[in-house]
Design a protein around this ligand. Structure first.
Ligand SMILES: Nc1ncnc2c1ncn2[C@@H]1O[C@H](COP(=O)(O)OP(=O)(O)O)[C@@H](O)[C@H]1O
Ligand SMILES: [Mg+2]
Length: 438
């Protein structure tokens, strides 16, 4: 049966979740296809039945994945492609490979998962992994300086008085999480406040953070604005992990490391196989359908609705399917919605691209959304008091100027961003007078 996986051109890696071997993943070097075979013992145990609700069947037959060889999935089933880094992590990965004289074109995605091994976000682990032992302390300034060079694609990036260990550290810290913006994962000892690399160590003695670095490449500090948005998000009744601003960098606690344990998380793209880069897949209706399919409780459906309204009111157009995630509850073998993340004013406020529209459509539209569009979706998914939710979120619009001013966002940026806020409910004129003076 597993003969299919015994061919020379197929590279294999074992997949573990919560310390259990769940199966073997194979990737075909020539064709770009991939294969997954569940571990028989794991199937027989009858545990964690809903780990991968859409894309993997619980069968002892090899499952073949064809036509997945695009930028998002790299030939892999979406649940494992979700472990791979996106634009930023790939840029770091490629730099590190070229420094080590490894040709990126020689590597299959299975190789890349071996480099990731047990350092990835969420709870999926890949073995045998590549040994990347070295770790040193964290110096945010040094990391920022190196990353700035990597992003600028400077030729002399590796001559920057750095040794290969420092580079290895950056590679480890910067290639675990997805997303396009520069970021690293770090952990802080709760008692000593010492920062250590956040890739391997996880325990109750640490806070685990994702740090989105401001490397000074934009026309203003977008991480500062993200911090301002995180305050608006919370005021609008949306749950997010605790966030802070450190030396101009945006820092947030990780929801996939809780109480000293790894939690299994998947993005909406990862769980469903719908490609966040494909406009045809990208709609709020699809996101709600995924949520329904995995039996999210009604309270989570309402949380999702509030987030959608926030994204439209505050013009967070980067609301794609990888910016929504789900968390698995291994005790109950069921799924819930993760805390919100990556909510920001996503355009360059000082150089706006006028044609920019939301990644996720609503009622077939990516702009020109009206109150009725929200209400229609609310009706379909039995959301109670949708108008109240919309008005709640809209009332926070009038806090923006004060919050942004207090945390040091420049006046021009504050104004440019607020030009794009939209009020959908009829109350708009009544509320205008509440604008906070600064
Ligand atoms: N607080 C968090 N805890 C755990 N994972 C997170 C958290 N915030 C973001 N992530 C994961 O990291 C990825 C990158 O973060 P994100 O804020 O989306 O960065 P970017 O702005 O580069 O897209 C997300 O797609 C998500 O999977
Ligand atoms: Mg993102």
């Amino acid at each position: 049966m597993s003969n299919l996986l015994d061919k020379k051109n197929i590279e294999l890696i074992n997949v573990f979740v919560f310390g259990e071997k769940i199966g073997v993943l194979g990737s075909d070097k020539n064709k770009g296809d991939s294969y997954f075979l569940f571990d028989k013992e794991f199937l027989n145990k009858g545990i964690y039945k809903n780990l991968f609700p859409f894309v993997l069947k619980r069968t002892d037959q090899v499952q073949v994945f064809k036509n997945q060889n695009n930028k998002t999935f790299k030939g892999l089933p979406s649940v494992f492609a979700d472990s791979l880094p996106d634009d930023f992590g790939n840029a770091i990965f490629n730099k590190w490979l070229s420094y080590n004289n490894i040709k990126a074109s020689d590597l299959t995605p299975v190789h890349q998962l071996a480099y990731l091994s047990n350092r990835g976000m969420g709870a999926i682990e890949y073995f045998p992994g590549k040994n990347l032992d070295y770790s040193e302390g964290i110096n945010l300034q040094k990391i920022t300086r190196i990353l700035k060079n990597v992003i600028k694609n400077k030729k002399n990036v590796f001559e920057d008085s750095l040794n290969s260990n420092a580079l290895l550290n950056i590679f480890k810290l910067g290639t675990s999480a997805g997303g396009a913006r520069p970021k690293i994962i770090v952990s802080e000892n709760k008692v000593t406040n010492k920062l250590i690399p956040g890739d391997v160590e996880f325990s109750e003695n640490y806070y685990h953070y994702l740090v989105k670095l401001n490397i000074g490449e934009d026309t203003y500090n977008r991480e500062r604005v993200e911090y301002g948005y995180s305050k608006l998000v919370k005021m609008a009744g949306i749950d997010m992990m605790p966030c802070d601003l450190t030396e101009g960098h945006f820092i947030t606690q990780r929801f996939d490391r809780v109480g000293g344990k790894k939690r299994h998380i998947l993005t909406a793209t990862g769980i469903s196989g719908l490609d966040y880069r494909n406009a045809e897949h990208s709609s709020y209706e699809n996101l709600f359908e995924i949520a329904n399919y995995i039996n999210l409780p009604q309270n989570d459906i309402e949380r999702l609705f509030r987030r959608m309204v926030f994204n439209y009111v505050f013009h967070n157009i980067d609301d794609h399917l990888k910016n929504h995630s789900f968390i698995y509850d291994e005790k109950k073998d069921c799924w819930g919605l993760s805390p919100a993340y990556d909510i920001n004013y996503s355009l360059d406020a000082l150089n706006k691209w006028v044609g920019a529209v939301h990644s996720l459509s609503l009622n077939g539209k990516r702009k020109g959304i009206e109150l009725e569009d929200f209400l229609g979706l609310a009706k379909k998914y039995a959301i109670k008091k949708p108008l109240k939710i919309i008005e709640d979120v809209e009332s926070v619009v009038f806090e923006w100027e004060r919050i942004a001013y207090e945390i040091g966002v420049e006046d021009k940026v504050i104004d440019k961003i607020s030009e794009d806020f939209k009020i959908y409910s009829e109350k708009k004129n009544r509320n205008r007078r509440n604008i906070n003076k600064r």
